[in-house]
Design a binder for this molecule. Structure first.
Ligand SMILES: [Fe+2]
Ligand SMILES: [Fe+2]
Length: 459
């Protein structure tokens, strides 16, 4: 039997990167207690951490049919003359390559997000100017093309606009950004909802009396969001506040609370001005009209400050309810001239507390909402409970690369990705500190190590 002695740290690195270890020999501590059984395939770092914590820093591995090391794709790792060194280097190279590939992917996505966002903003600015000039008419094709690009990007990248800076001060800028964000967030929620719940909801609706779920007047209840419907819904989300362009800016930018008369004028942006603009442009799609008209409608009986008040919550279609959640989320997480931005995680929690348990059907939308926006976007910065800052490389988990120590000092060495969704890691403080807000890499640029700066860029 050919035995090689491998450092426990190398093995932890191997397993962290998705590799597997089988020692092929039983491993004991100094007191003779069995730590690792020879035939167990080790795929998680937990047993290795146990070994390390017992004071064993090198372990024998039988490099033949009894044991060995395999990479994440199940390929055996070669053992040359200087076995441990070779294994260590191979593992390091593979993990480094993997980190670089992930960082590169995020950098490309971020560039694309910035480009798509800027282009959409420029187009919408042009459209709104046109509406102001003509009293309502605009280039519908330009808006459609813009929304198609946002739609395609969001579906492909899981709402990657989420971590773009949201420093919006004037109302003009706010309206462009807000429309794009509501379009992106609404589309992401819709997609999540469609993928996760549409089958369940259809079964649930089948138990409702026909008078509740059929087409009633101009309100369509949820049946199914077909692929051809999704783009119209995204277009509706993009245009939901179009009527605001005809509301006096001094009211929209007012720092203090609105008078009852001013509030009446603002309300008109949806069921009055918004609907009129759609009509002027022959946009008579039911989805788009319902979104524009009812996106401030009630989500449960007795909800305050909702308008217009001619619909019960059950008569507000689910896709409109999605728009309302996306609208509240974006408004609360954006910085305005009269208020600071709120922490996105806190906003998700507030929205959930506000609407959970109010209406059975609403639960499905809320879950889709939390699943799509309550994640940590790749390329954002989070704080861990250890006090360290980390760069998110995958939103599921999330999987992060820590880059500071617990005192906020930049780490000299490249760290290996940590899965914060792993319960064992969480016991060691490797979990998101939800009290602290997400940051963008630009906000903490000076703290980033050189290898991250190279990907983040400063443009
Ligand atoms: Fe609105
Ligand atoms: Fe809005």
């Amino acid at each position: 039997m050919k035995i090689s002695r491998i450092s426990i740290d190398s093995l932890i690195e191997l397993v962290t990167g998705g590799g597997t270890v089988k020692t092929g020999v039983d491993i004991y501590n100094k007191k003779g207690i069995l730590l690792l059984e020879k035939d167990v395939l080790i795929k998680s770092i937990n047993p290795l951490l146990l070994v390390k914590n017992s004071g064993v820093f090198q372990i024998p591995v039988a490099m033949d049919s009894n044991g060995g090391l395999w990479d994440r794709d199940g390929r055996p790792l070669p053992m040359e003359k200087e076995e441990e060194k070779a294994v260590g280097q191979t593992i390091k190279r593979e993990i480094n390559d993997e980190i670089d590939t992930k960082l590169q992917k995020i950098a490309v996505l971020k560039k694309e997000a910035t480009y798509t966002h800027e282009k959409a903003k420029k187009n919408y600015r042009k459209v709104l100017k046109e509406i102001q000039k003509t009293g309502g008419e605009f280039d519908v094709e330009l808006v459609q093309n813009t929304v198609d690009e946002i739609f395609e990007f969001v579906v492909r990248s899981d709402n990657a606009f989420a971590y773009l800076a949201k420093e919006i001060i004037s109302f003009d800028n706010y309206l462009y950004n807000h429309s794009i964000n509501v379009c992106a967030i609404g589309t992401a929620i819709l997609k999540m909802f469609n993928d996760s719940f549409s089958g369940i909801i259809n079964k649930y609706l089948a138990t409702y009396p026909d008078s509740y779920i059929g087409k009633k007047d101009n309100v369509v209840s949820f049946v199914e969001f077909l692929p051809e419907d999704l783009k119209n819904l995204s277009l509706g989300y993009f245009l939901h506040d179009v009527g605001k362009v005809l509301i006096p800016p001094e009211i929209l930018n007012k720092k203090g609370p609105l008078t009852p008369e001013e509030f009446e004028i603002v309300k008109g942006h949806s069921f009055d001005k918004g609907v009129a603009i759609l009509k002027k442009n022959n946009l008579d799609n039911t989805y788009i009209r319902n979104i524009t008209e009812y996106h401030h409608g009630p989500l449960f009986i007795g909800e305050g400050r909702c308008y217009p008040n001619n619909r019960l919550p059950i008569e507000i279609p689910l896709y409109v309810k999605i728009c309302k959640l996306a609208d509240i989320y974006d408004a609360m997480t954006s910085k305005r001239c009269y208020k600071d931005a709120m922490n996105p995680t806190g906003v998700v929690k507030n929205i959930f507390n506000e609407y959970a348990d109010k209406d059975h059907m609403l639960q499905f939308i809320l879950h889709s909402f939390v699943k799509s926006v309550g994640i940590y976007p790749p390329g954002s910065i989070i704080f861990m409970a250890t006090g360290q800052m980390a760069y998110v490389v995958e939103s599921q988990g999330p999987i992060v690369i820590p880059f500071t120590d617990k005192n906020g000092k930049t780490l000299a060495k490249k760290s290996y990705p940590v899965d914060l969704g792993d319960e064992e890691q969480q016991k060691h403080g490797f979990c998101v500190d939800r009290r602290k807000p997400l940051k963008t890499p630009i906000e903490v640029y000076d703290l980033l190590p050189e290898y991250l700066k190279a990907y983040v860029g400063k443009d």
